[in-house]
Design a protein around this ligand. Structure first.
Ligand code: SF4
Length: 73
């Protein structure tokens, strides 16, 4: 089994909007997407598309988790 992005590092770390959208669509067909996103969040990946989420979106997820954690403590 191979990830959809194997050998496409340039695509997954592109910064222009159109190419990031292409990367997201690739992730949407990837069987590893959930695991990939979780690993990116755990390792605080700051660049690239992981599990279909770009760095900005991952930051939003982390902020939401932190806010909700703060609410419950
Ligand atoms: S979900 Fe992860 S492993 Fe799958 S194509 Fe996207 S970046 Fe690659």
């Amino acid at each position: 089994m191979t990830a959809q992005c194997a050998d496409l590092t340039g695509l997954m770390f592109a910064t222009d909007t159109d190419t990031v959208d292409v990367a997201r669509r690739l992730c949407s067909r990837c069987r590893f997407a959930t695991r990939c996103l979780v690993l990116a969040l755990v390792h605080d990946e700051r660049a690239g598309v992981w599990g279909g989420f770009d760095a900005h979106q991952r930051n939003q997820i982390i902020r939401t988790i932190k806010a909700r954690t703060k609410e419950t403590t």
